[in-house]
Design a protein around this ligand. Structure first.
Ligand code: ZN
Length: 290
């Protein structure tokens, strides 16, 4: 079993598909970048598992972004997953939260947005739901109910070292109240957190569904990778405007930027800063997060 992988499966003849994801290295890499308290580390891990479950069947080149914003101790949770199977994510928070905190304890009132962002930008799509369920998995199930009309069930679990996720989803055109769906869902609900974290895919599926005919696809490897570049940071500085940049340089002698996702450091001295505003630079973009 690879450390970070996702594996798809399908129930032959039932019109139900599923996925199992396990992340260890990419989860630890995200945690190495920021000293998250345990509850927030596990929240980030669960979100990383969730975005891979949601993004793996997407066919186009581009990325999928899950973002939760709120007024509580946690202001922002953002995870991104792209068609190269690269993942990155971060949390901005004000206050620590107890382990096992519910979504309302974490975010107060807020909303969750899922953005489908293809490279060609032509079919960009964003779905937004309010945070009315106690868990991240519940909020995502609510999102599917609202936007996709595909019945979907998710299980997400994290400890200090690893995260795992399990998803079941009806395929389009299947009766949402079907007996098969109900039966498979009931069986899946017997899965313990410990089993989800520790059993390998085949054992796990056998443990739950040994009477069913399941096709298991080859697993795919996932890795943490940040898409920040010096050019993107320059673009962000360009958006801040010449006046703002000049005043920072006058005050501090240079501009120092750390990527929030991967902590890579970018430094611009007065010459670099002036260079950003010379001719030939592309026009203004609305994107501010690099
Ligand atoms: Zn970065």
């Amino acid at each position: 079993m690879a450390n970070d992988s996702i594996c798809r499966f399908m129930f032959e003849n039932l019109g139900i598909r599923g996925e199992i994801v396990r992340l260890e290295d990419s989860y630890q890499t995200a945690l190495d970048r920021h000293p998250y308290p345990p509850a927030l580390a596990q929240l980030l891990g669960q979100a990383m598992a969730a975005i891979t479950l949601l993004g793996t069947t997407i066919k186009y080149a581009g990325k999928l972004i899950l973002q939760v914003q709120g007024s509580g101790p946690v202001n922002l949770l953002i995870v991104e997953y792209d068609s190269e199977r690269h993942i990155r994510g971060l949390i901005n928070w004000q206050k620590d939260v107890f382990l096992g905190a519910e979504i309302a304890d974490l975010f107060g009132t807020g909303h969750m947005a899922i953005t489908v962002n293809p490279q060609d930008k032509a079919n960009r799509y964003q779905g937004i739901v309010e945070l009315i369920e106690p868990s991240l998995a519940g909020c995502l199930e609510h999102y599917f109910k609202q936007s996709e009309q595909l019945a979907t069930c998710l299980w997400l679990v994290a400890d200090a070292n690893r995260v795992a996720g399990f998803m079941l989803q009806q395929m389009p055109g299947i009766d949402a109240d079907g007996d098969d769906w109900r039966r498979i869902k009931l069986l899946a609900e017997t899965l313990s957190d410990d089993e989800l974290l520790n059993l390998d895919e085949e054992e796990l599926l056998h443990r739950l569904f040994h009477e069913d005919d399941i096709r298991l696809f080859e697993s795919e490897t996932i890795c943490f990778h940040c898409t920040c570049t010096r050019e993107r940071i320059e673009q962000m500085l360009l958006n801040l405007g010449k006046e703002e940049i000049n005043s920072i340089v006058a005050e501090q002698g240079s501009i120092e930027v750390d990527c929030e996702y991967c902590n890579k450091h970018y430094s611009f001295d007065s010459v670099d800063a002036a260079q950003i505003f010379t001719d030939g630079n592309p026009g203004f973009h609305s994107e501010t997060r690099h």
